[in-house]
Design a protein around this ligand. Structure first.
Ligand code: 0X9
Ligand code: ZN
Length: 771
């Protein structure tokens, strides 16, 4: 019986049968031709033992009970059938999936985060970031890997502030988890890019130091690119044809314990001693040499988990740490969820499975640093596993960036002010805008009556305070006031602890603040609650099932995955367009089959627009492990009333996540067609067979641009639609101001003072109502 335990170790299985344990320089890469990807149900330890005798190539990092993804060699299929284990084949050829990934890699676009990056490309990116912003980013070196490759990191912080607390993020202890270096690089990039434009990020870099080490196991990472995509460990030669130590079993806390292996061929091989590997020893030394580090995240994939100590035993951190871990883990989870609706489960590491010698346990236990293991996308029911389609890179980066901002704020402030729906940067004129606000306690006790919005129209003058409307729990609604077109709303938020400690968002308000430009021209807006003239069908539509209709969708699920949404996207009403929103008796009842179904918008008159933006929310679910070439979701645009079409986005046939979540998409129309009076958009969904479950939905379509929709209403200082005594009084109250005056104060000609010219303008329209 082979003692090797994980997919990487299936090469050890092959060793006995047909070849070398591991591809070496000059060898052919390891191939998985004809290996079936299966989902198997394991109810008892006996089931698990049976399955392990069929194949050691499970796709989870540890063999576990439950519904499990597995890979089985073709010659073992008969044995699998004989075993009586309940299973289904989800893909016929694992190698094909790996080959597809290779083809995705070849179509790398302009954007650095459009596809996975090699070790060299990551190092180049580190150098580029440092070259572009030497004031914010510096490079460090923690030592060499066992094959002599340098491990580099980035320090990201501003020159403001001294003795700042630091956060450490690392990726790629495990070689095949390619989303992990991309995610930490995304965090690095966003921190640097946001310093000049986002007051919240600026405050973070003024308050906190970030250490980011994207590839702590470079040899393994390169090996997973060049030789065996499923390689997990480092590249130590253990003798006897066995390679690699699992870095995440090589740390000292609980070293040698359960969930780690003493067999050099195992993919959870712990090594000969704690820190026997240069990769872990160097990382340990870096941490010990930096006593500014207060929190750490070790990024892995996959399964969407937020794990905190302990992992080596069924024990919990003592109080008050446990409470803090629970609060913080809940905040990380909520921050991630708010971005794209992805669910990451927060739990102790041992609740997943016991594993001795993991980094997170050591960092917490020995270095007294709050530490997490985050398992990134996809979720545990997904068969892409480590082969996450590349459009998942930015989505994963975006949601985890919110999480680390929350973490940094939590550790530096007694309360954290969060915005679950984001903060507006562009608002309609003369119309109030609401903002959802949530307060989390991060050490302080929150005074629920304290939260307020402070705002002003224009760049000077005092801020006006308005209380937030409580919505229950720690949720509130803030209302940004109506403001005239062309102005700028400047605003910040405050909340207090019961001990009157005031926390601002952004942190250093009012010397920095959030801004929203006022003025949106809306050309088309549809939350799908009424019929605005969309049409279903095209001459060559041939789908036999799942035809577009507008309704309140009925949610469907299939094998732990949401297939059709239960709810539309907009807050208002319940309807959206959906490819037959009925649930039926099974998820297959009303999904798209055998062809395509087309939904076309009414004619949109964009005449006179300058740079309109098309925005919508869409849902696309397709459970094919690899899309059939004709399976696609596509959005097209026309500027000749539908005579000709230009593609805006296509999901599928491959390289795209189709995981059944509402995603917001936004495009500049001029990037595709010249805006005319005859613009239409259409959404085409196709499924070339019946085998895959295809569901699509569309909601909140909007075409808009920044700018004023009509002539501004000069003189209406309080934006209530009439120019009356209140406006006059407002102007007269500020009359004679020589600098820093705002529109609202009476500066109608925008020269920052309130003088006779302004008064004359107001008197000329006095008593009128706005158009
Ligand atoms: O097993 C690991 O090292 C991590 N999972 S992975 O699939 N990325 O290999 C999880 C470590 C978390 N700790 C425990 N489960 N004890
Ligand atoms: Zn891992």
């Amino acid at each position: 019986m082979f003692r090797a335990l994980t997919p990487a170790a299936l090469v050890a299985v092959l060793l006995a049968a047909c070849g070398p344990a591991s591809a070496e320089a000059g060898d052919e890469p390891v191939r998985y031709d004809g290996w079936r990807v299966i989902e198997v149900v394991l109810n008892t330890p006996e089931d698990l033992a049976k399955m392990l005798s069929v194949s050691q190539a499970f796709l989870a990092s540890e063999p576990a009970l439950g519904t499990q993804p597995w890979v089985v060699a073709p010659e073992k299929l008969e044995e699998l059938a004989r075993s009586g284990l309940v299973h289904r084949v989800v893909h016929e050829d694992f190698q094909e999936l790996l080959d597809r990934e290779q083809s995705w890699l070849r179509v790398r676009g302009d954007g650095w985060y459009e596809n996975y990056a090699t070790y060299e490309q990551i190092n180049d990116r580190i150098d580029t970031i440092v070259a572009q912003r030497p004031d914010l980013a510096t490079k460090f070196y923690i030592g060499d890997s066992i094959e002599g490759r340098a491990v580099y990191g980035l320090t990201i912080t501003s020159a403001v502030g001294v003795d700042k607390p630091a956060l450490l993020f690392n990726g790629t202890q495990h070689a095949r988890e390619w989303i992990s270096p991309m995610t930490v690089m995304y965090i690095a990039d966003e921190l640097v890019a946001g310093y000049d434009t986002d007051a919240e990020i600026r405050a973070l870099l003024d308050e906190v130091v970030f250490y980011i080490i994207p590839v702590v196991n470079p040899d393994g990472y390169i090996y997973s690119w060049d030789s065996d995509r499923m390689w997990r460990k480092n590249r130590r030669y253990n003798g006897g044809g066995k390679w690699g130590v699992d870095p995440n079993r090589n740390w000292a806390t609980g070293w040698g314990g359960p969930g780690s292996s003493g067999s050099p061929g195992s993919s959870t091989y712990r090594g000969t001693a704690p820190f026997s590997e240069p990769e872990t020893a160097n990382l340990r030394d870096f941490i010990l040499a930096h006593d500014d580090i207060v929190a750490h995240i070790d990024f892995h994939s996959h399964a969407q988990l937020i794990l905190y100590p302990f992992g080596y035993d069924e024990i919990l951190p003592p109080e008050p740490d446990l409470t803090l871990y629970e609060q913080l883990s809940a905040g990380l989870k909520a921050s991630i969820f708010d971005v794209h609706g992805a669910t990451y489960i927060a739990q102790t590491a041992h609740a997943l499975y016991l594993a001795g010698g993991i980094m997170t346990d050591w960092v917490y236990d020995q270095a007294q640093i709050y530490s997490w293991t985050i398992e990134l996308r996809p979720d545990s029911a997904d068969f892409y596993g480590f082969v996450l389609p590349p459009d998942g890179i930015i989505l994963t980066g975006e949601e985890n960036f919110e999480a680390i901002k929350f973490l940094a704020q939590f550790l530096t402030q007694p309360l954290v002010i969060r915005f679950p729906d984001g903060r507006p940067t562009l608002v309609p004129e003369d119309q109030a805008t609401t903002v959802a606000v949530t307060i989390a306690e991060s050490g302080g006790e929150f005074d629920p009556n304290s939260p307020r919005l402070l705002w002003r129209i224009g760049a000077s003058g005092p801020f006006t305070a308005t209380a937030l409307t409580p919505l229950g729990a720690n949720d509130y609604e803030a209302t940004l006031p109506a403001a005239p077109c062309g102005t700028q709303l400047q605003y910040y938020f405050q909340a207090e602890t019961t001990e009157q400690v005031v926390v601002n968002s952004p942190l250093h308000a009012p010397s920095t603040f959030h801004v929203a430009d006022v003025g949106i021209t809306i050309y088309f807006e549809d939350d799908m609650e009424s019929d605005q003239g969309w049409t279903v069908g095209a001459p060559d539509d041939d789908a036999t099932n799942g035809i577009w209709n507008r309704m309140d969708p009925e949610g469907t699920e299939y094998r732990r995955k949401q297939v059709q949404p239960e709810d539309d996207h907009s807050d208002n009403g319940t309807s959206c367009w959906v490819t037959d929103g009925r649930a039926g008796s099974s998820a297959y009842s009303y999904n798209v089959d055998d062809g395509k179904t087309t939904l076309t918008s009414p004619m949109l008159d964009l005449d006179g627009s300058e740079d309109p933006v098309l925005s919508y929310w869409r849902w696309y679910h397709n459970n094919a492990v690899l899309h059939q070439p004709d399976d696609a979701f596509q959005v097209d645009i026309s500027n000749d009333g539908g005579a000709s079409w230009v593609n805006v986005e296509t999901s599928g046939p491959e390289g795209v996540l189709t995981d059944g979540l509402w995603y917001h998409r936004e495009f500049r129309i001029a990037d595709f067609v010249t805006p005319t009076a005859q613009v239409k958009i259409r959404v085409v969904v196709s499924d070339d067979g019946e085998s895959s479950l295809v569901e699509c939905a569309l909601d909140e379509v909007c075409v808009f641009e920044a700018g004023c929709s009509g002539p501004a209403c000069p003189g209406d200082l309080n934006a209530d639609g009439v120019i009356d005594l209140q406006d006059l009084a407002q102007l007269l109250g500020n009359y004679g101001t020589t600098s820093g005056a705002t529109y609202e104060m009476g500066d109608l000609d925008g020269d920052a003072d309130v003088d006779l010219t302004d008064l004359a303008t107001l008197l000329a329209v006095y008593g009128t109502t706005c158009p």
